[in-house]
Design a protein around this ligand. Structure first.
Ligand code: HEM
Ligand SMILES: CC(C)=CCC/C(C)=C/CC/C(C)=C/COP(=O)(O)OP(=O)(O)O
Length: 300
């Protein structure tokens, strides 16, 4: 097995890297790091933070690789994913499994050895939630797949928080709740303009099972819920005016796009909505952090 890994060509390593879904993992890690920084009032413990960041990134990348491995036949049937090395057969399942398990092992070792046990076990549960529960059980069987499975995608800021404090707090759960309610509009916007892919692959995504009209309405409702949830940190006095302004402006644009999509569906608009979901989450978390540091600076 070991010689298998080392005999991979440079091109195959590049393909393996793509299987980790690097851009998704980047945003996951960004949210985890913000969870870490929000958890501590002053200067964070940098070595612990670095170990937690690399550990979470390795486990998240491993989860994405297992997802690509399990879904290689389905991926081959979809235009969006047919290029993946697992779907094309450019890397063998055994090599993919070995690299993923190595990343998982390294990530867990870092979390257990240099962070804390609670973070390590919660990260492992998140791995299992995505790579096994979502990928194997939920995704092929129910249109609520991402509503339930979204729980694993929502874990990163909570993991970051626990990495720095060793415990789960109300604010950590609130950060989880923000990503949890963000996930359905994020994914359904993409599933709408990719519905032919999902139909061909035989996956019961909401636009395939319930049609575009029901899906756009669901996006609007979840976006309203998201806007409400993002106001909770202010209601609980954990965040201030800068964050409030960002949450209202960013959420307002998300809701406006969702409403336009529901009123007048077009694939291009769904694509814009999906792209905005990513910018939205990035800016919202950046605003949480800015607000946190402004609060500290003004207090002293
Ligand atoms: C179960 C929950 C989720 C589902 C089902 C989902 C689904 C998807 C899908 C299908 C794509 C397209 C990927 C591609 O074309 O390669 C995507 C892209 C993306 N997702 Fe998600 N996602 C989820 C959670 C998350 C989370 C938690 C984050 C980050 C915090 C995230 C960030 C992104 C980013 C940044 C992209 C763009 C990737 C690129 O441009 O290559 N997603 N998502
Ligand atoms: C911290 C940690 C261990 C996190 C693991 C959780 C994780 C990687 C969540 C990402 C969610 C994601 C990439 C969904 C893609 O949906 P999909 O798999 O349906 O998309 P696809 O059709 O592109 O494969």
């Amino acid at each position: 097995m070991a010689s298998l890994t080392f005999s991979l060509h440079r091109q195959q390593w590049r393909a393996m890297w793509q299987l980790t879904k690097p851009r998704v993992v980047l945003l996951i890690v960004f949210c985890a790091v913000i969870g870490m920084l929000l958890a501590v009032p002053g200067r964070p413990d940098l070595p612990r933070m670095l170990a937690a960041t690399v550990g979470i990134a390795l486990v998240a990348g491993a989860a994405a690789m297992i997802n690509c491995l399990v879904e290689r036949t389905i991926d081959a049937r979809m235009r969006r994913t047919a290029w993946r090395a697992t779907a094309r057969g450019d890397v063998s399942p055994a090599a993919t499994l070995l690299v993923a398990l190595t990343a998982l092992g390294l990530g867990m070792a870092l979390l257990i050895g240099l962070v804390n046990a609670l973070t390590a076990w919660l990260t492992l549960a998140t791995f299992a939630g995505y790579a096994i529960v979502y990928t194997l059980l939920l995704k092929p069987n129910t249109p609520q797949n991402i509503v339930i499975g979204g729980a694993s995608g929502a874990m990163p800021p909570l993991l970051g928080w626990v990495a720095m404090t060793g415990e789960v707090s109300a604010m950590a759960m609130l950060l989880f709740l923000i990503i949890y309610t963000w996930t359905p509009p994020h994914f359904w916007a993409l599933a709408l303009y990719r519905r032919d892919d999902y139909q061909r692959a035989g996956l019961p995504m909401l636009p395939v099972t319930h049609g575009a009209r029901f899906t756009t309405l669901s996006i609007v409702l979840y976006t309203v819920l998201l806007l409400a949830v993002t106001l909770l940190p202010v209601a609980l006095r954990a965040s201030g005016a800068v964050y409030l302004l960002a949450a209202v402006l960013l959420g307002g644009r998300f809701l406006w796009l969702a409403a336009c999509l529901h009123r007048n569906y077009a694939d291009e608009l769904a694509r814009r909505c999906f792209r905005w979901s990513i910018h939205y989450l990035s800016w919202l978390f950046a605003a949480l952090l800015l607000d946190h540091y402004l609060f500290i600076a003004l207090r002293f």
